[in-house]
Design a protein around this ligand. Structure first.
Ligand code: C2E
Ligand code: CA
Ligand code: CA
Length: 695
């Protein structure tokens, strides 16, 4: 394209140059021709006028012979170009004029006009000799010798017409030749150009091919000479460089792409289960929510975790735990079809996205299917494992199509399911959020409670079969300046989840140490029980801190019993065992609280060193009401005896419960029947005079 235009440009240029040159040559030739012609005409006229002036000498000698002169001048008729002629006497006075053919040949009217314009006196003063102007050659000749001048002869030859004619004739003659020459030259130029431009055209075609194919591995054929050859070689070397670079770039890009997809996998998928991770899930969820909102659809998420996963992990080892997670991930993947999307959020938490929800009943059915599939017992590494799942379900429409609100709602619903203790599915409703708001308010108020000294302790006596006080359980009370009185059953789990339990436990231990002398003053041999949370056990330094407090307050460790709930023990049995060993080494006692509510397997009881089992209130409540409760209570007491453990029944409210327990050999009783948890002052007031005798 470019070269084609270059070719036509070159052609135009060459042809123009030839044209101009030819034109100049013609013009110069014309000029030379004109000069030559003029010269020739002047020479001819010179000769003619010389001859005539000689002829005139005879006629002018004495009296000018006008007739002969006129006759002589008439001879000029044979000369086509003579315009006028005249003979003057010595005094340059006109003797005889003559009008040449040039004038007479023009039309009559014109010739008359021309003749009337001619004044022969205008010429008489010329110098003798030849003259010329643009249009004519003038001869002014002396007749006779210089010393004896007889007169003068004037002849004016017209040049314009003959010049024009002869020029025209010349042009007519020359033109075909010039035209032909031009044609041949142009043809030669085109031929030559084509020949020299061909390699360039080939190069241009080559470049076009590369531009279209992007194949930088191509090489141009080296053709032509000199510059074109150098150009082609240069281009080829450039192409090789580009090709090397392109290849290098391609490899680098591929590497980057590979790394990117690997990073993307790492960034978006969970390495253990291969399920999409939290980040991927949340970003997908955000897109889906936006889409659903636009299309006025609804979507839901199912949020669940595995009940007792921690225990499974701790009991059977992390490998089994990981395999369990992979099993769950596989099961979930199979349940999730194209309308759904599953993800592992981390730990044992999973999320399923359900698109296009039309019917919440259908949604609940799906959630139940997930639950039922996962709740089946499986065997991993020879262990028969039963998992439970607590599922929270939340709808985008209930969360105003807001991602974090939706996840928070599902979390709240899951928390609800968990609170029910069994594997359940709960659909989020707004009232749960109110509940959650209170949780948040409690969590934030807890931050100030210690600083503002809002906690206090109550002590609930534990009595023996003879109703003699053997111990007290320290139970925390919180009267919040913001929220009023809040039960520990409500705020302790929140403190555990918001990371505030350890500071609270420290406060309780410290307070018990402070109160201890006064309690012992009321009941000298009493053992004071402290509740230790599962979360406390995560602190490896817990017992070091406690024993430091004992030392500081000069407390005998044997006066203290630590109550660990059965579930806290089972969730953390490694750390719990460590704590138990250290506590017993120190001389303190260990009680297993809420016994019977945890896992069905009791095998672990043979492996830990406990002092007391605390039968949970739910069994005590059932005494006398259900045969099952009676049996369980009896069995627990029996078993404890065999294991050489003390048994304490909590929540004893009626004399018949107390009687049943005592009859079956329960060592300690605790409950409203004997005393509610009371502040230290009340304990002192009520029991100090009775010297530890309850009634
Ligand atoms: P828990 O350790 O099982 O404590 C026994 C609970 O049963 C106490 O409730 C007590 O007041 C209540 N109770 C005792 N006898 C009866 C009865 O005859 N009838 C009824 N209906 N209830 C009775 P409280 O004080 O509200 O504590 C609730 C739970 O909060 C405790 O259950 C314990 O898990 C936790 N807790 C209390 N104080 C502390 C503490 O200082 N530290 C920790 N970590 N947890 C504590
Ligand atoms: Ca307790
Ligand atoms: Ca209890």
């Amino acid at each position: 394209m470019i070269l084609n235009s270059m070719r036509s440009q070159l052609l135009t240029l060459s042809v123009s140059a030839i044209l101009v040159t030819s034109a100049l040559v013609v013009v110069f030739a014309m000029q030379a021709y004109k000069d030559l012609y003029r010269q020739g005409a002047s020479d001819d006229l010179n000769g003619l006028s010389e001859n005539l002036s000689i002829d005139l000498m005879i006629m002018m000698s004495d009296e000018p012979d006008i007739f002969s002169i006129a006759n002589l001048l008439l001879k000029l008729d044979q000369y086509e170009n003579v315009r006028i002629a005249a003979v003057y006497d010595q005094q340059r006075k006109l003797i005889q004029p003559y009008y040449g053919k040039v004038i007479s040949n023009t039309s009559l009217a014109n010739s008359e006009a021309v003749i009337s314009q001619i004044n022969f006196d205008d010429y008489k003063s010329f110098d003798v000799g030849m003259h010329a102007d643009k249009e004519s050659v003038i001869a002014f000749k002396r007749i006779g010798e210089e010393e004896l001048t007889l007169g003068y002869l004037l002849i004016i030859n017209d040049l314009s017409m003959p010049l024009k004619k002869s020029t025209q004739a010349l042009i007519l003659k020359v033109f075909p030749f010039v035209f032909f020459t031009l044609l041949i030259t142009a043809a030669i130029i085109i031929l030559l150009q084509n020949r020299s431009i061909k390699p360039l055209l080939d190069l241009s075609e080559f470049m076009r091919k590369i531009r279209l194919s992007k194949d930088y591995g191509l090489l141009a054929k080296v053709r032509g000479k000199n510059e074109v050859k150098t150009l082609t070689e240069g281009l080829n070397s450039l192409m090789q460089d580009i090709n090397t670079e392109v290849e290098k770039n391609r490899k680098q890009t591929q590497l980057l792409l590979d790394q990117q997809s690997q990073m993307q996998r790492l960034a978006n998928y969970d390495s253990l289960t291969n399920l999409p991770n939290r980040q991927f899930f949340i970003s997908t969820l955000a897109n889906e929510i936006e889409d659903a909102q636009q299309k006025r659809n609804d979507l839901a998420i199912l949020f669940f975790d595995l009940n007792g996963f921690k225990w499974i992990n701790d009991s059977f080892g992390h490998e089994v735990g990981d395999k369990l997670l992979c099993y769950v991930a596989d099961e979930v993947s199979q349940l999730v079809e194209d309308k759904r999307f599953a993800s592992r959020l981390g730990g044992d938490e999973f999320l399923i996205l359900v698109n296009n929800v039309v019917d919440s009943q259908e949604l609940l059915e799906f959630a139940n299917t997930v639950k039922n599939e996962l709740c089946q017992a499986i065997v991993i590494d020879g262990w028969r494992i039963e998992v439970g799942v607590s599922i929270g379900i939340a709808l985008a429409s209930d969360a105003h199509y807001n991602v974090s609100e939706l996840v928070a709602n599902a979390d709240v619903a899951m928390y609800r399911s968990k609170a029910q203790g069994r594997s359940t599915c709960t659909l989020f409703v707004q009232s749960m959020m109110e509940n959650n708001k209170r949780r948040i308010a409690i969590a934030s108020a807890l931050g100030d409670a210690l600083r503002e000294n809002e906690f206090s302790l109550c002590y609930q006596p534990k009595v023996d079969g003879k109703e003699k006080i053997q111990g007290y359980e320290a139970l925390i009370r919180w009267n919040s300046s913001e929220l009023g009185f809040i039960s520990p059953a409500e705020f302790i789990p929140i403190a555990e989840q918001s990371g505030k339990i350890q500071a609270i436990t420290q406060w309780v231990v410290n307070q018990v140490c402070i109160d201890m002398p006064r309690l012992l003053a009321v009941s000298p041999n009493a053992v004071v029980s402290l509740n230790i949370s599962a979360f406390d056990l995560r602190d490896n330094e817990l017992l070091t801190k406690i024993s430091a407090l004992f030392k500081k307050h000069n407390i005998k460790p044997s006066g203290i019993e630590f109550e660990l709930t059965e579930s806290a023990y089972l969730e953390n049995f490694e750390v719990a065992n460590q704590f138990i060993t250290q506590a017993r080494n120190l001389g303190s006692y260990i009680a297993l609280d809420d016994f019977g509510t945890g896992y069905s397997s009791l095998g672990y009881l043979t492996q830990i060193y406990l002092d007391t089992l605390k039968i949970d209130k739910q069994f005590v409540d059932g005494i006398g009401l259900s045969q099952r409760s009676n049996t369980i209570t009896k069995t627990i007491i029996e078993m404890a005896k065999q294991l050489d453990l003390k048994v304490c029944a909590e929540g004893v409210e009626t004399p018949s419960q107390a009687a049943f327990l005592i009859d079956n050999g329960c060592h300690l009783l605790q409950g409203y029947l004997f005393s509610k948890p009371l502040p230290l002052e009340a304990i002192e007031h009520l029991y100090s005079n009775r010297a530890s005798n309850f009634h």
